[in-house]
Ligand binder design. Sequence first.
Ligand code: FES
Length: 302
Amino acid sequence: MAETLAQVIDKQDAISAAADALQPAVTDLFKSGGEAGQAVKNFLHGTWLGHPLHPVLTDIPVGAWTTALALDAMEAVSGREEFGSAADAAVAVGLVGALGAAATGITDWSDTEGRGRKVGLVHALLNAGATTLYAGSLVCRRRNSRRVGVGLSMLGFLVSGAAAYLGGHLVFGEKIGVDHTAGQHFPNEYTPVMAEAALPENQLTRVLVRDVPLLLVRRAGQIFALAETCSHLGGPLSEGELIDNTVRCPWHCSRFSLSDGSVVDGPATHPQPCMETRVRDGQIEVRLKRVNPSAWDEIEGM
Ligand code: FES
């Protein structure tokens, strides 16, 4: 069903037009802030967290509004007003969480494209609708229009459920927010990948190791090797740009450190798999970098 829904959304030209207008506005807003804007963007993506921040924050409104639904039902059954007061508080907590979820979500969405971008926009519009309904619900609850307030929050719950369903499809169907290097297997033992003499200085070079693309860079006497597939949405890092000791992806400008694959700038949040390199008999050899060498030695000694 999610796939059918995504196909229907994908055929709507009006959604493309809206996305074409909104996406550059979000991108330009961050760009206009210079380095500070990039730092805010990195924070909202979750580069510091190691995976996207957005799904962490979406749990707040979903959890709070589900709690409000249960408390409203308990008030209706028992007639006890304290359940109603607790439900009102849960609605308010959900609204605060929804603001954080919206800020992170629109930041992630600004670096999407194709069908994921369209589904993402519908997901955002549904969430905006749900948030508006809950805001109206809170106003009505505070003005003692309790029945209308509870009705609006029940409607908001349905709309936010539909938004959450599309959010699930964005991750599991459109692969937004997942690590696009997951499933790639890199050698645990040193494996030759190319002749050392053939690797130019300061040039992004793509090689294959067991059919998996690798990025090689020779720089100031050192040879660096990272997964070539960008962890964000799979962009080819070898077609990107070398900036000091980092590589910038050509698709959405994520930047990764050559020395350890860590994310310097988002939208990527997952680090690039990084290789150790050495030269033997004129061949560059690579193996997956051991994050915790002593643990590896223990495993290999078992
Ligand atoms: S694919 Fe998006 S930054 Fe690389």
